[in-house]
Design a protein around this ligand. Structure first.
Ligand SMILES: Cc1ncc(COP(=O)(O)O)c(C=O)c1O
Length: 410
């Protein structure tokens, strides 16, 4: 079991006030070790790469360590498969041009209506440039899960690329990633997984999933604003990067445009080390094993929070969860909840919560296609309450009580 009061002590932002963070899907808080790693890099290293002097050599080492640490987080085969960048969106735009160059006019690509626009717009624009056809997997509105018949139909058109989310950042719905990857591969597609929302909740395994690309962002898993892209080595070897001439010709350097956010990358290593430390195992245990143990605890704790929230919402009048609502589906979701009320608009609920020190977003969260599909776009979207491992049951109860008050006062 996770010791939440002890965990909160690690987070300067969380320990300094009684504010309740239900805003993790927009970005998580960072532990002190991450802040220290960033300032350590800036105070003691802070150089560009590839020179003979100490700070440059240490900067080389900082990037190398980060690649190895992210390799453990994703279970990649090699640290040369780990590419850093600004954020998931810019990395996806970046690689989309190289993937686009392997496509012909008339080729099809398959996207999903459950996705954040960062895994839609880059591919739509690439398709426009390459004169490719775009299909979307439809979702079942009641559950916000992929419509299986539609998925089958769209895959039968033999897309060359299948891009989908591991987990919805709006509704918390999980996808069956190995299954979807296999279906995509059987259809002949390159499979691109958006794991931005998945990463703080569950442990990624690119070997087991067999996806070709996977993108995530450290600021969603207790680190700084750094984007991460995994690519299978064979694909990274064969695709042509858009790069400046003097930049590296080998992986992963040829995919990293310009000077990286070295301090952020140092902080990313610290964020993964922080997650590994939740295992309680000593450092003779491999990082991957520590992460496996840590995520077992994280999942167990978050399920407790989810169960309490699902039960509590069911008892409230005038509000409902968008997507999977039942306890029996708890394994098909993470602790991220989209809420809608006929009584109170989502933005008013978010404002009222903010007045009591509860931080939660309302809107579309860039899951614009999903909100259009569900009919919430243009109507203020939904309220999103998101929990991660540093939230506790008491906070869930406080949020439920506040929602009850807001709904009964309207
Ligand atoms: C599911 C999902 N995908 C992609 C993104 C975009 O990530 P980034 O901000 O790193 O570009 C987000 C950000 O909220 C997200 O939640």
């Amino acid at each position: 079991m996770l010791n939440i009061p002890k965990i909160v002590e690690n987070f300067p932002k969380l320990r300094q006030s009684n504010e309740i963070h239900a805003d993790a899907p927009g970005g998580t808080q960072v532990p002190e070790s991450v802040i220290n790693a960033i300032s350590h890099y800036l105070i003691h290293q802070n150089a560009n790469l590839g020179a003979a002097f100490r700070t440059s050599k240490e900067s080389d080492q900082t990037l190398l360590n980060a690649g190895i640490t992210v390799q453990a987080l994703l279970n990649a085969r090699s640290n040369s498969e780990i590419i850093f960048g600004n954020n998931m969106t810019s990395l996806t735009f970046h690689i989309s041009r190289s993937i686009g160059n392997t496509l012909q006019a008339g080729d099809r690509i398959l996207l999903s209506k459950l996705d954040h626009e960062a895994n839609i717009s880059p591919w739509q624009l690439m398709a426009r440039d390459k004169k490719c056809e775009v299909d979307f997997v439809e979702i079942d509105a009641e559950t916000c899960t992929f419509n299986k018949a539609d998925l089958e139909r769209k895959l039968s058109k033999k897309p060359k690329l299948f891009a989908f989310t591991a987990c919805s950042n709006a509704t918390g719905t999980l996808n069956d990633i190995p299954k979807l990857t296999k279906l995509g591969h059987d259809a002949g597609a390159i499979v691109y997984v958006d794991a931005v929302h998945y990463t703080p909740h569950k442990l990624i395994d690119v070997i087991q999933w067999d996806c070709d690309f996977l993108a995530c962002s450290a600021y969603k898993f207790f680190g700084p604003h750094v984007g991460i892209l995994y690519g299978k080595e064979s694909l990274l070897n064969n695709l042509q990067p858009y790069k400046v001439r003097p930049a590296a010709d080998s992986n992963p350097g040829k995919w990293m445009t310009g000077t990286q956010n070295h301090e952020g990358i140092a902080g990313t290593t610290a964020a993964i080390d922080y997650l590994a430390s939740l295992s309680g195992a000593n450092n003779s245990t491999s990082k991957r094993t520590q992460l496996e143990q840590a995520f077992n605890k994280i999942e167990e704790h978050e399920k407790t929070l989810s169960a309490c929230f699902l039960e509590g919402i069911r008892k409230l009048d005038g509000i409902e969860i968008v997507g999977l609502k039942d306890l029996e589906n708890i394994n098909q979701r993470v602790a991220t909840f989209a809420l809608t009320s006929k009584k109170v608009p989502a933005n008013i609920m978010a404002k009222e919560l903010a007045l009591t020190g509860i931080f939660a977003y309302s809107g579309n969260f860039y899951a614009k296609t999903l909100m259009e599909t569900l009919g919430y776009e243009g109507k203020g979207g939904v309220l999103r309450i998101g929990f991660v491992h540093y939230n506790d049951l008491n906070q869930v109860e406080v949020i439920l009580d506040e929602l009850k008050r807001i709904l009964s006062s309207e």
